[in-house]
Ligand binder design. Structure first.
Ligand code: NAD
Ligand code: ZN
Length: 338
């Protein structure tokens, strides 16, 4: 009789990158970590930086001859992005910042498996991994076909423990990506279809009595996947550039920052801003206010610069003369109202 082939062959081992929330959890106990593998916990209290990714790469390769067979990422957008970046770096060498941009990754990363535990960013489906580079004042990913997971496990059981506010903010990232994309001028029929269905699911989830019931968590997981699939063929609009400003200058996390910006978007997305506020109210979410009041001129200047640098989405939303609409004064006025 022939022996069953082993699922795991001897090799350079698997790198498990797991959100540190799951340290000491039953989930981690169930992971099939073998002697040649390495289990690394990812600190998601700060969103990924190029330096942090380089550190995780060093940990992933410690004690090896510079190779690993595969990478498994288990967590929210921060952990999934870290896993995608580490996989690419194992094959391509160098540092994370070398690949911030478009199509700079030269060859496929090692096999990567993604297991989202928080729904909304679409990082499980997209072709980028967002990283902040503080030295260059730049928030940019490795945009590449190689930054796509080879396999995913989507299991809505894993999102049961997400705090309600976090669940809302991250879930709203899908809503915001899709409304920005559908209101833009650079369009793609496939992205439009994904976006429309993702929006239907978001409306269902965030108008429900219990947005975190299992069936709603399943819907949001699918919406996130569809939204992430749409991103590759579409562009965001006004919200994401201003949100990036908040993240770069004041350290506000991506998904909360999006919601703070969405709350002042009546001139740009009137119907969607009203829908957004209905969802906030229905789910009894409290948004921070006054974050940008009384900042120094230098800080307002930095907020403006970190926002207006995102030309492509701004052009998508407002046309090539977006600078005439989003003047320094108008942008400051929007930030002050947040
Ligand atoms: P996150 O990964 O930063 O995690 C937020 C918090 O949720 C953390 O404290 C984490 O420990 C906790 N958490 C995660 N899963 C949990 C669970 N099941 N139970 C309890 N707590 C849990 O959050 P996020 O909003 O998913 O990701 C944000 C990041 O995603 C940002 O860095 C952003 O730039 C990036 N992003 C990437 C893409 C992409 O296409 N690659 C798109 C949008 C955003
Ligand atoms: Zn986003």
């Amino acid at each position: 009789m022939q022996e069953e082939p082993s699922l795991r062959t001897a090799g350079e081992g698997v790198v498990f990158l797991v959100d540190s929330y799951f340290q000491n959890s039953e989930l981690v106990e169930r992971l099939p970590v073998c002697y040649s593998d390495v289990l690394i916990f990812v600190d998601s209290s700060h969103e990924p930086t190029t330096d942090a990714v380089d550190d995780y790469l060093a940990k992933a390769l410690a004690g090896t001859a510079g190779q690993r067979d595969s990478v498994v990422g288990i967590g929210g957008g921060s952990t999934l992005d870290t896993a995608k970046a580490v996989s690419n770096l194992i094959s391509n060498g160098g540092k994370a910042e070398d690949y911030q941009g478009w199509n700079l990754v030269q060859k496929p990363g090692v096999f990567k498996l993604g297991v989202p535990t928080l729904s909304g960013t679409g990082a499980e489906a997209s072709r980028t991994c967002v990283m902040m580079n503080h030295a260059k004042n730049l928030k940019l990913g490795m945009n590449s076909d190689y930054t796509v997971f080879d396999r995913l496990i989507l299991d809505a059981e894993l999102t049961a423990t997400v705090p309600r506010d976090q669940y809302f903010f991250t879930g709203l990232d899908t809503y915001i990506h899709c409304i920005e994309s559908l209101n833009g001028s650079f369009r793609h029929a496939v992205a439009d279809a994904y976006s429309r269905e993702a929006l239907n699911l978001c409306h269902d989830v965030f108008s429900a009595e219990d947005m975190m019931a299992l069936d709603k968590r399943e819907m949001l997981m699918v919406a996130s996947f569809l939204g992430g699939s749409a991103i590759g063929n579409s562009f965001v609009g006004v919200v994401h550039p201003l949100s990036a400003g908040l993240s770069m200058v004041l350290g506000v996390h991506h998904c909360e920052a999006n919601c703070l910006v969405m709350n002042v978007m009546d001139d740009f997305y009137p119907a969607e801003a009203a829908t957004f506020r209905r969802m906030v109210e229905k789910q009894n979410i409290s948004l921070r206010t006054g974050l940008c009041r009384g900042l120094s001129d230098d800080q307002y200047e930095a907020l403006f610069n970190a926002s207006i640098i995102h030309e492509k989405p701004l052009e998508n939303a407002l046309g090539p003369n977006f600078r005439n609409v989003l003047t320094r004064e108008r942008v400051q006025e929007l930030f002050v109202r947040m």
